[in-house]
Structures are given as C-alpha cells and as structure tokens.
Design a protein. Structure first.
Length: 143
C-alpha cells in the first residue's frame, strides 16, 4: 500500500511540475511575442523616419539647386554690369550694391534653410520618439 501512495504522490508531483513547466512555457512564448511586436514597431519607426528624412533631403537638395542656378544667373548679370563700368566711382558704387545684395541674400538663405533643417530634423525623429515613449510606458508597467 505504501508503494501505491508513493506512486500516487510521485504522479501528482510530476503532474504539478508539468503544469508549472507548461505555464512557464506559455509565459515565455507570450513574452517572446511581445518582444517581437515591440522590435517590429521599432523597425517600422526607423523605416518611417528614414522615409521622412529622405523626402526632406530631396526637397532641400532641390532648393539648393534652384538657389545655385539663381546665383549663377545673378553672377552673370553682375559681370555684364561690371564690364559696362566707365569710372572708378561707378565701379565702387556697383561693388557696394553687389556686396549689400549678396549679404542680404546669404542671410535670407541661411535663415530659410536653418528653419527647414530644424523642421526636417523634428519631423524625422518623431516616429522614433513615439517608440521611445512606448518603451518608457512598457518599463513603467513592468516596474
């Protein structure tokens, strides 16, 4: 009779261990699923950020090309005016006009581009920033 009780006790303990193993496996599988979806979300955020950055850089590049063409056109016009100068006084007046215009153009160009670059940086980081917020929330919930 002692052997039957020992067998029954061993079977019940073995059943308990098996149930605990199944529960641990289920928890591990669920955790891996969460990690997979979290990682997938991170990858999607990086891809979205890259797309935003690429599109923004394309627009900035097109703006630089347009500004370059404009600068070449302005330079050619300035050279024609310089060839038409008849006196040193006219030369200094023209140089002063060109210098003032060019300084104003540079300041405007830098201001416009600084704003565009800052906006692009902010927009391209936004998807990653959202993922960081999700990670922080997950850590807070776990703690």
């Amino acid at each position: 009779m002692a052997t039957k009780t020992t067998k029954t006790t061993a079977k019940s303990k073995l059943g308990g261990v098996q149930n605990q193993a199944k529960a641990a496996y289920a928890k591990g599988t669920a955790a891996l699923g969460e990690i997979k979806s979290f990682t997938q979300g991170n990858v999607e955020a990086v891809v979205a950020s890259g797309k935003i950055l690429g599109a923004g850089l394309k627009v900035l590049g097109e703006g630089y090309v347009a500004e370059g063409r404009s600068a070449v056109s302005t330079f050619n016009a300035d050279m024609k005016e310089l060839t038409a100068v008849k006196s040193p006084l006219d030369f200094f007046k023209l140089q002063s006009k060109i210098l003032g215009r060019n300084i104003g153009t540079v300041v405007d160009f830098q201001t416009k581009n600084a704003e565009a670059v800052m906006k692009l940086a902010k927009d391209s980081v936004a998807p990653i920033s959202k993922r960081v917020e999700v990670a922080i929330d997950a850590v807070r919930k776990a703690a």
